[in-house]
Design a protein around this ligand. Sequence first.
Ligand code: MN
Ligand code: ZN
Length: 499
Amino acid sequence: MSDTVKVGFVPLSTASRGIAVAFCDDSLRLGAATDKALGGASDLIKRAAAAARFKGKDGAVLDLLAPEGIKIQRLIVIGTGKGSDHKEKDFLKYGGVLTGKLNAGTEAVTVLAELPAGPMTPDQVSSLAAGIRLRAYQFDRYKTKKKDDDGSVSATVSIAVSDVAAAKKAFAPRTHVTDGVILARDLVNEPPNVLYPEEFAKRAAALRKLGVTVEILDVPAMKKLGMGALLGVGQGSARPSRTVVMRYNGGKKGEQPVAFIGKGVCFDTGGISIKPAGSMEDMKGDMGGAACVVGLMHALAARKAKANVIGAIGLVENMPDGNAQRPGDIVTSMSGQTIEIINTDAEGRLVLADVLWYVATKFKPKFMIDLATLTGAIMVALGTEHAGLFANDDDLADKLIKAGQETGEKVWRMPLGSEYDKLIDSQFADMKNTGGRHGGSITAAQFLQRFVDGTPWAHLDIAGTAMGAPKSEINQSWGSGYGVRLLDRLVWDSYEAKA
Ligand code: MN
Ligand code: ZN
């Protein structure tokens, strides 16, 4: 990761050098302070807009080089459309859009953080700043030769605001959340020869410096607990499995925690039910759920969230081997329920089954939310725009949907129902690990539900959103870090004691 864009806050006053960024609405109106800072640029913008057919649509850009009559070298005008009902996701996007216009040479940029109706609020400004950092992220630690046209950006961005102290205060927690997203992206992007279960556990353990308690369960410890479902997946790998439990207590002493659980299949070959070669390299990202949980724990601990939080991740590598699990095997999960393995490539639910049960019974959390790159079927259903949401609790589901609309990390609720249960009935065990071709995401969720012990629970199938999703204004990286901002927002909105 290279953080080559420095973001700071300055007072709204004259922009006199380098690049200036301004915002207009769909009638090409600028804010009053912006117009003044640019020495009266309204007429210039109207003329240029007519020539460029720029209409101030939301996210559209008018880019003027050496504009005559004003003292800066370049003026970037970003449209905000009708300019009403803007959410966090919109300001993130504006930050991304402006960063996308910058280059690799170090540039001095002044962003006039004002909407036509008046100055941006501290929250809006901090979203803008977060969008700048998220867009600038690049995973380039394995590139030994830099190219000019690799899309990298270096700049010093001064965001000009009406209240510098308030902007700094609002941005402080957001910068920790952004760090959490970047950490999650790094983990997803890392190659599988570098990031295997023990190494992943080590990286999670680095959260200790933020006051997080990190416990690492090794194979003998998991055997003792009876985690036969998780251990069956990892038994064909030369890299031993791990479960990592992270605890951050920022809430009241003794208050019931909230819990986040991540699937961490560091590499998924499919096992004996091996996958075809095409795009198998993408299966280094099959730990996107676990990456999100680690990034989220970073965000919450670093910004000192007033909540008690558990993060738990099951880390395995799914390999074909003489010792690998076979189709037909029957494993006993920690819950005591037995599972017939039909397809060794349906391994994520086996890992989650034991981690969910462990967290539910040991910590009795208020709720559990698991994230997993679980099924290709969720991409057939929802593409890459929405994560699939399954829940046994309407209130939790509604809160997640709302947090998704605010942050732009969208979720779409999918059904659960006992009618689906017969699809995972087994003739030899309590259940089987696949339910056939139809409704594959639903039967996977239906399977997980058997391991939540009645706890309010939501499952996010992030196979379409955690990696390889289409690039966006705020993400040019293969690993998107999906879920960190969504879940941080959920905790902030609904589960933190407010001062
Ligand atoms: Mn698989
Ligand atoms: Zn998998």
